[in-house]
Design a protein around this ligand. Sequence first.
Ligand SMILES: O=C(O)CCC(=O)C(=O)O
Length: 288
Amino acid sequence: MVVLMKSGRARPLWSFPAVLIACAVLSFISGFFFASTLIVPDSSAGDPHRLRLTEMKLDRMPALPHGVTGEPRSSVIPFQILSWKPRAFYFPNFATAEQCEAIIQIAKLSLKPSTLALRKGETAESTQGIRTSSGTFVSASEDSTGTLDQIEQKIAKVTAIPREQGEAFNILRYEIGQRYASHYDAFSPAEYGPQKSQRIASFLLYLSDIGEGGETMFPFENGLNMDIGYDYEKCIGLKVKPRRGDGLLFYSLFTNLTIDPTSLHGSCPVIRGEKWVATKWIRDQIQY
Ligand SMILES: O=C(O)CCC(=O)C(=O)O
């Protein structure tokens, strides 16, 4: 549009930079609107706002022909890369509050002091104090509410490792002062003897919020603290604060199947509150 000036010269009503800015704003708004129409929350159950965060089905994306074991639609499960050394990923709102509560109620029925896999020469007495939580193993098939089944399916999806390769869930409760000193989930044959199979990755589902302490720590993250004579107890390095419903996935093995030294991890002592977490260890072979 132009305006005729007193002098008779035509002056554009909008300057060039203003037109550029207006175009940019308009394309941002239309892009945002279009993208949001592609994302449709899974309305299969519960609060749709919560589900929008836990998993989004992309209903308006073209569906592809899929194999017998595939899925009919694309979906999005949000995650954040926490670290590449070790490979660690955070999944906000992986489970709902109701799912977390159901898992705690199942675990409460059979809690016992947690135990450790022992290295050659170690005994229950010599390892006292390393892992002081209570816990229980529950497989998805033992949970009549179907909650562990849903969580297990979702873990298989984000790890791209078949659920049959997972151990039963190890559901843990840490009370004040309780902790798990730093350790590896994978078993070095040199220390533990020959292994029939190996743990590849661990998925932790935090079932409770926590007042203070109780973080999952990675003392050697990015190669830090590896040369300080670390005592395996101090709470240092990358610390992940538990938040109910959130998931943490990390890999214990490199892609060449050797143990990643930076996957050393542990649970800092709980200072205030109570920590509940469900751990799923995933192996390189089907678990029978
Ligand atoms: O409780 C945690 O945060 C860590 C648990 C853990 O290290 C394990 O189960 O192997």
